[in-house]
Write a protein that binds this ligand. Structure first.
Ligand code: PLP
Length: 389
């Protein structure tokens, strides 16, 4: 009932209707907020950045984002999760939370490109020593650990070139010297590799990929199973103001419900396409962790329970870059673009030696993201383009 003594503007700002308790439906409510209301001054004074059972300010989470954090932590096998506005912001958050001037961090030479770019910036502008290491180093990383080494990044398999690092061996070496290990676990979506069972301290996901599944949302997450590590992340997250939009959170919550089924479909289709490519004379190596061509294949068999839709191939070195560019340009179903994990198949060529400190193979590398199309149609598309060689 409208309060007739109040003007129409007040009535809009303070509406009469209050939803009664007891409304019930499956979707999570989308709680937008900058201001979060406290029931009294004492409740306001008792707020804490570190306690998710109370709320502080919309930037730092609402029930919608806290629910997604809980679900992501559970998939990953961790206890705590912090959301960030992108996967790259999640990488940045880890570095800001655990590194300071004078510290040293080790990053694999095959890491996600912007992670290496961020490292170069930390080195040049923030006085942090950043060194890139051979991703297949395994327990040999012991020899690289210095007294000021605080953090070792890992990624398995590595972006683009797909070597599968021996994460447990790196963790054992790091922990014997008191160094933390962070893993970019995006490729496995947290489904095919369980980081905390293999010794990882801090796991990071680009939720932009399989969790969203729509090629639309950008979001990241950092997952831990240690309250002290999570507190460091929460404080850095608060200071940096890394809030996420609740409409985006809702889309990821929706995507997550079908993620395992989509991931298995990507996996099955990618293995079909990779198997077909393995028999083509144009292809020197199939860099898919489930194939022996891929460095670290044995580690993948030991530590992983599946694969996703992302893999690469190395063209025979006799083909020029102009020819492989033509191969990519002539594809019809495969589109050219970055990112992956959505329904659409993608293809990107790389001159990998320009991206790496060390790279011994010759030939152009082409990365495929296998979407949710019929694999027979994808194979036919690749065949029609290869047949013009
Ligand atoms: C996409 C990706 C990221 C970054 O995620 P964005 O949300 O695009 O910033 C980080 N690491 C890996 C391995 C990725 O594939």
């Amino acid at each position: 009932m409208t309060n007739l003594s109040q003007g129409p503007s007040t009535a809009i700002v303070h509406p009469d209707y209050q939803a009664p308790d007891g409304f019930s439906a499956f979707p999570t409510a989308i709680h937008h907020a900058s201001t979060v209301l406290f029931k009294d001054v004492n409740a306001m004074r008792a707020r804490s950045w570190l306690n998710k059972w109370t709320y502080t300010y919309g930037l730092h989470g609402t029930p919608t984002s806290f629910q997604l954090e809980g679900e992501i932590a559970q998939i990953e096998g961790g206890d705590h999760c912090v959301l960030t506005p992108s996967g790259l912001a999640a990488i940045t958050l880890v570095n800001m939370a655990f590194l300071e001037t004078g510290d040293d961090v080790l990053v694999p030479d095959n890491a996600y490109g912007p992670n290496k770019e961020l490292g170069t910036w930390l080195r040049n502008s923030f006085g942090i020593s950043v060194r890139f290491y051979d991703p297949m180093i395994g327990s040999g990383i012991t020899d690289l650990i210095l007294p000021n080494t605080k953090l070792i990044w890992t990624e398995a398999p590595g972006s683009v070139s797909m070597e599968v690092a021996d994460v447990p061996a790196i963790c054992a070496a790091a922990h014997s010297k008191g160094v933390l290990v962070a893993l970019d676990n995006t490729w496995s979506a947290g489904l095919a590799f369980k980081p905390f069972e293999h010794g990882v301290d801090i796991s990071m996901q680009a939720l932009t990929k399989y969790q969203s599944g729509g090629s639309d949302v950008l979001m990241g997450a950092v997952i831990t199973n240690d309250v002290e590590l999570n507190n460091r992340l929460l404080m850095a997250h608060m200071r940096l103001g890394l809030g996420v939009g609740m409409d985006d959170v809702y889309l990821v919550l929706r995507g997550l419900q079908s993620m395992k089924l989509r991931f298995e479909a990507h996996d099955a289709a990618a293995r079909k396409v990779a198997a077909w490519l393995k028999n083509r004379p144009e292809i020197a190596k199939v860099l898919h962790p489930a194939w022996e061509d891929c460095p670290g294949h044995d580690v993948w068999k030991r530590d992983f329970t599946g694969a996703g839709g992302l893999f690469s191939v190395l063209f025979d070195a006799k083909y020029t870059e102009a020819q492989t560019d033509q191969f990519v340009n002539q594809l019809k179903l495969f589109k050219i673009g970055f990112s992956w994990g959505g329904s659409h198949s993608l293809c990107v060529p790389y001159r990998i030696e320009t991206m790496r400190q060390t790279w011994n193979d010759k030939g152009i590398l082409v990365r495929f993201n296998i979407g949710l199309e019929d694999p027979e149609d994808l194979i036919a598309d690749i065949a029609q383009s290869l047949n013009t060689f």
